[in-house]
Design a protein around this ligand. Structure first.
Ligand SMILES: Cc1cc2nc3c(=O)[nH]c(=O)nc-3n(C[C@H](O)[C@H](O)[C@H](O)COP(=O)(O)OP(=O)(O)OC[C@H]3O[C@@H](n4cnc5c(N)ncnc54)[C@H](O)[C@@H]3O)c2cc1C
Length: 632
């Protein structure tokens, strides 16, 4: 084969597929880092592919206001900070909170309608998701506006359907409008891709996602009964759409006033346990872990044969100990400044002298009378006990919701329980350090993604507390019932033309019938069963594979530590990067929008992958030898 030298300063081309918060994060990094003097004025072309190309991603700007973010508005910012990206922060600008205040927006009395009426917006308000979409669109435009002249950025309002190799070592990206792009590097930031189409009995009366609710629920009539599977964020969205979205309202006392257009709703879930509501914030500074640290995790890993940790033997004890520490720290703080200091010193001394267990037991005894017994295991894995009948189950479900709501209303500063639970959220990066990129043994990995992530979500990624107040009001008003217990059977009764829902865990069996079965759970990516044409093509051509195909529970894309997809033959494609929800399984908790303060993993991933890409791009054209055929 003959080789020839490629011309120096060959233009570099990049395609970003998917322009939600992740895609914008990548774009921002490219623009900021190629604006630095070190890049010079080397031409670089960037193709941005997304059906809407407005940056909003899944946060549709036309959705109704009652669909709320589950992140408080001061905790949303797309601007990278020094803690995450070092000195190259680029542009600095407002959080979502500061931005809506700049726009003069206010929150109406109903607590969710955003406009020019009502009270001032507070940092801990949960705002409509549509306004996040608008913020993302604004951020995208602001980022594009500061692109240096040597960047040639083109928007393609289309869907990518295939990625293939060229003989020249680049990639082609085929779009559904017939365009074929050619790029040196490809970033896939496609977010939540649709599940594979499914057909099963009763499919015409099954609604597989509540989004967008106006279209999805159009066939549900007021006289219908809806079986709603899922009690988390999507379940609460579905409830809001079927009640507030149909003209219902809540009084100042929190009672629900029917519009007459809402259907009868049967709420249930696999575990039968309610989610815990997000507490009011009242945060008092950054959380400093004493035991769930990188050093402890690294030490445990070093002591383990093969380096893979066990969820129950290694990680869970650390999480539980840190939750107990947080509980007692808060009890100390609530007792007074002297008690707070004494508790902190005693805990730190116990960690130093390896006597933490004894110290935690002493603190358990000290705080029991005033703050109750705290057992992380009982909180994380509650048992429902014997469930004699439907009415008893609904009473227990409602009582658990009410008890948790009281703690959520107290807020993080006043609730030792919520402070302890918050460890699971604050220390997500530490959990990632333990589990990402094959960090757990096979069985633990399966349990982690099979049930433990659901446990974490139920504990700290629950609905906004107002939503649980609403749910209780809907139960009181008889609009919603929770009669089935955990994991009911759902069968399509072809003769009756309805769903038959049968309890499986109640001593006295209970059966209900429903016109509609609505699934309100957030789907995880599944490489082997996806409705995305692009993912199907990537899998069918062997370019991607499932992470840990031997385990049942995690079904996302396999990636390397550098975020490159691993092909079916085990080779990584170093000209392609995948970021965001598609990687769930290889890495943990990829579905969130970036927050300010501390290290943000989404923006860190964007930063490190873009730096790696620019490093590689610097060498294109620098004395690179390519086959003569390809160089022409
Ligand atoms: C209903 C719901 C509510 C949520 N609420 C919150 C919240 O309140 N707070 C929070 O932190 N997180 C929330 N999340 C998590 C969510 O994952 C993140 O907020 C964020 O949207 C993820 O960003 P992303 O860019 O990866 O994906 P997305 O926002 O989904 O953007 C991906 C983009 O890629 C496009 N795309 C996909 N495939 C292709 C293709 N083949 N070709 C071209 N374009 C393509 C899509 O059309 C989309 O525009 C929510 C998730 C859901 C499902």
């Amino acid at each position: 084969m003959r080789f020839s030298r490629t011309p120096a300063q060959l233009p570099v081309s990049i395609t970003i597929v998917g322009l939600g918060s992740r895609g914008i994060g990548v774009l921002e990094r490219i623009i900021t880092l190629t604006s630095r003097p070190e890049w010079g004025a080397r031409p670089l072309s960037i193709d941005l592919v997304d059906p809407d190309c407005d940056g909003a991603g899944l946060h549709d700007t036309t959705q109704p206001d009652y669909l709320l973010l589950n992140t408080v508005c001061s905790q949303v910012s797309l601007f990278p900070e020094e803690t995450t990206v070092g000195a190259d922060v680029g542009d600095q600008g407002p959080t979502l909170y500061a931005w809506v205040r700049q726009l003069g927006l206010r929150l109406a009395d109903d607590g969710y309608t955003l406009g020019d009426q009502g009270r001032e917006i507070r940092p801990d308000d949960y705002l409509p998701r549509r306004i996040l979409g608008a913020y993302l669109t604004w951020f995208l435009q602001r980022t594009l506006d500061r692109a240096p002249a040597h960047l040639n950025i083109r928007l393609h309002p289309a869907t990518a359907t295939a990625v293939n190799d060229t003989d020249a070592g680049t990639r082609t990206i085929t779009l559904d409008n017939g365009t074929v792009l050619r790029s040196s590097y490809v970033f896939l930031t496609c977010g939540h891709t649709p599940p594979a189409a499914a057909t099963a009995p009763g499919e015409r009366h099954r609604i597989r996602t509540p989004y967008p609710p106006a279209q999805q629920f159009a066939g549900i009539r007021p006289e219908h009964t809806v079986a709603l599977a899922g009690t988390g964020l999507s379940g609460m969205d579905a409830l809001a759409a079927l009640t507030l979205g149909r003209g219902g309202r809540y009084t100042d006392r929190g009672d629900y006033v029917r519009s007459g257009r809402e259907p009868h709703i049967l709420l249930f879930s696999r575990t039968g346990l309610p989610f815990r509501a997000r507490p009011t914030d009242g945060r008092t500074g950054a959380f400093a872990p004493l035991i769930l640290t990188r050093q402890t995790i690294d030490r445990l890993r070093a002591e383990t044969t093969g380096g893979a940790l066990c969820l129950h033997a290694d990680l869970l004890p650390l999480l539980c100990a840190e939750m107990r520490i947080a509980f007692h720290r808060r009890c100390g703080a609530l007792t007074g400044a002297a008690a707070q200091l004494a508790t902190e010193e005693a805990l730190r001394a116990a960690v130093r002298t390896d006597t933490l267990d004894a110290e935690l037991e002493r603190l358990d005894a000290q705080h029991r009378v005033e703050y109750g017994t705290f057992s992380p295991e009982d909180i994380l894995f509650p048992t429902l006990g014997d469930l004699p009948d439907s009415a008893t189950y609904q009473e227990r479900y409602t009582a658990a919701l009410e008890a948790d709501l009281q703690e959520a209303i107290k807020g993080l500063a006043a609730s030792p329980l919520k402070s302890a639970l918050e460890v699971l959220r604050d220390q997500r990066d530490m959990i990632r350090h333990a589990v990402d990129f094959g960090g757990l043994d096979d069985i633990s990995h399966d349990v982690f993604y099979g049930s433990f992530t659901a446990t974490l979500n139920r504990a700290v990624t629950g609905p906004q507390l107002d939503r649980h107040g609403d749910l209780l009001a809907l139960i009181r008003a008889g609009v919603v019932r929770v009669p089935l217990g955990p994991e009911p059977r759902c069968d399509w009764d072809a003769r009756a033309g309805s769903w038959r829902l049968s309890s499986t865990r109640l001593t006295e069996p209970h059966t209900e019938h429903a016109h509609w079965l609505v699934h309100a759970t957030s789907g995880q990516p599944d490489v082997e069963a996806t409705g995305s044409t692009l993912l199907n093509q990537l899998r069918d051509t062997g370019r991607i594979r499932r992470h840990r195909a031997g385990t049942a529970s995690s079904r996302g894309v396999d990636i390397t530590v550098g975020q490159h997809p691993v092909a079916q033959d085990g080779h990584a494609d170093e000209q392609m990067w995948i970021l965001g929800p598609l990687c769930e399984g290889a890495t943990f908790y990829n579905h969130y929008v970036p927050s300010p303060g501390g290290v943000n993993r989404a923006l860190l991933d964007a930063d490190r992958t873009v730096r790696a890409m620019l490093d590689a791009a610097r060498h294109i054209g620098e004395d690179r030898l390519v086959p003569a055929e390809a160089a022409r």
